[in-house]
Design a protein around this ligand. Structure first.
Ligand code: B12
Length: 312
């Protein structure tokens, strides 16, 4: 089978699995990202996420993660919801965590794609990931022609905005490669930088995670520093502010991934309900949701942190 036919079949399969986009880049060391990554780590922008400081070489070079890697097949999966939480002053959960854990959903699709390649294309070896390995996923998506890095630091795509997950299948087969995206379409807009209540975006595309509400509510162990109390805007798990204000995220088409639909209780939970949630119920309600990552005690302390603000 010709390389162009192999490439086309893989992309078609990715779309038929429900991914909205698929692009392919040649596997190589991302030399151009080295200085930025070093800078990020030296300034401790990763905070307590110790895993970010490890695997420096692997993070830059997928051929160290997947020996013999030739191609990075990058896919995007839309999670923009039809409906959002209703009610004023209720604790807010970010959109990516409305449904079932995306790790499982994206990985299941990637596994199917991998099996398809092995069965229908060539006896390849490889690995697939989403948000789970030292891979610069946004940088690879740019290389695969799927979008540009917005000033909010996220991958933006003209059709999909930024409310999608990125996943990748890295294999040892040469394919036809997409043109990397060289253009950026943020122009003079600075809405994300202006809207971030904690000034986490220290300059366009550079995020100090220690100030990011997403980090503070999910990743940070221990209590959230007092300086942020008045700035949380009700966020108890993750944060979408820098995405919500983005012009590329207006009028998006909602996802049609059943597993990402929020359960009714999540859309309707009142302030009191959140405050009275006990551990047993938390585990039952959020068993399969990304929210479980924060853990019961962290979530409760986040609720208390934002609601004490509402009370005064
Ligand atoms: C760690 C992490 C976080 C951390 C830190 C984020 C960060 N920017 O590093 C926290 C917890 C804060 C976080 C938050 C979120 N995350 Co996150 N996160 C990741 C993860 C696991 C790694 C990111 C990473 O590699 N960071 C390392 C740093 C070095 O990368 P960087 O910030 O892009 O740094 C570059 C630039 O800043 C530049 N640079 C740095 N310093 C300097 C200085 C100068 C002078 C210059 C020129 C350049 C420069 O160079 C660096 C290297 O390229 C990825 C998954 C993955 N494996 O890629 C998901 C991922 C990026 N996250 C994702 C999501 C959805 C989110 C949230 C939206 C979740 C939410 N709703 O709460 C928020 C968004 C916050 C934001 N605006 O970025 C998605 C993004 C999808 C998309 N459309 O882009 C990813 C890709 C997961 C996935 N598979 O879908 N995340």
């Amino acid at each position: 089978m010709e390389v162009s036919v192999q490439t086309q079949k893989i992309k078609q399969k990715a779309l038929s699995l429900g991914f909205q986009a698929c692009g392919i880049a040649r596997a190589r060391r991302l030399d151009e990202e080295e200085a930025g990554l070093k800078n990020y780590l030296e300034l401790n922008y990763h905070g307590e996420m110790a895993y970010m400081a490890g695997h420096f070489e692997k993070r830059l070079d997928p051929t160290r993660l997947v020996p013999g890697a030739k191609s990075v097949i990058v896919v995007l999966l839309n999670y923009f919801p039809k409906q959002i939480q209703s009610g004023e002053n209720i604790p807010v959960v970010s959109k990516y965590a409305y449904g079932k854990d995306y790790h499982e959903i994206v990985k299941n699709k990637l596994q199917e794609l991998y099996l398809f390649v092995q069965k229908e294309i060539a006896p390849v070896t490889g690995r697939f990931f989403t948000d789970s390995a030292p891979v610069l996923e946004r940088a690879w998506a740019v290389q695969a022609g799927l979008g540009w890095i917005g000033k909010n630091g996220l991958l933006l795509n003209k059709t999909l905005g930024s409310f999608f997950f990125i996943g990748e299948l890295i294999i040892d087969l040469e394919l036809d490669y997409d043109e990397p995206c060289k253009k950026e379409y943020c122009g003079t807009c600075t809405r994300c930088l202006d809207a971030c209540p904690t000034n986490a975006l220290v300059e366009p595309k550079v995020l100090d995670a220690r100030r990011c509400i997403s980090y503070l509510t999910i990743e940070k162990r221990g209590s959230i520093p007092e300086e942020f109390r008045a700035l949380m805007q009700g966020r108890i798990f993750g944060c979408d502010i820098c995405q919500d204000v983005c012009p590329w995220n207006q009028n998006l088409k909602p996802h049609n991934e059943e597993a990402f639909n929020p359960p009714q209780f999540l859309l309707q939970m009142t302030d009191d309900y959140w405050k009275n949630l006990d551990e047993k119920e938390f585990e039952k309600l959020f068993e399969k949701s990304p929210v479980i990552r924060a853990g019961f005690h962290k979530l409760k302390s986040n609720i208390e942190f934002v609601s004490r603000m509402n009370d005064c």
